[in-house]
Design a protein around this ligand. Structure first.
Ligand SMILES: [Zn+2]
Length: 113
């Protein structure tokens, strides 16, 4: 099914954690990886603007997934340590940039005449 508009998710970075203090709650191994996910609003598949990023913890052994609100305190600490290193790419806002150049700047130029 074709969606004309909506929200898309894109994995920005995957960070494997091999730290004993961060264990999977399900299988108690240390095979956790954190996926940083960028989110943007799109029209016809073209990114319009970014609506931020979120995190997802994933156990590579038992495949359990935890959303950011389900993180344990040690996992949340590891997430926050890497959070500022993961940047949202500028192309997530390409729709707003194109609209600015096609609509707002000509409108401002027309006002100044
Ligand atoms: Zn597990």
């Amino acid at each position: 099914m074709l969606f004309l508009y909506g929200v898309k998710n894109k994995v920005l970075k995957i960070i494997p954690l091999q730290i004993k203090k961060v264990q999977c709650q399900n299988c108690h191994t240390s095979n956790i990886q954190i996926n940083f996910i960028g989110r943007y609003v799109h029209i016809f598949g073209i990114p319009l603007f970014s609506i931020g990023k979120t995190g997802l913890a994933h156990c590579t052994y038992c495949k359990q997934q935890l959303s950011k609100i389900q993180f344990t305190p040690p996992l949340r600490k590891e997430y926050q340590a890497f959070e500022n290193d993961v940047k949202i790419p500028i192309w997530f806002n390409i729709g707003v940039i194109i609209i600015t150049f096609l609509v707002v700047i000509p409108w401002l130029l027309a006002l100044s005449l």
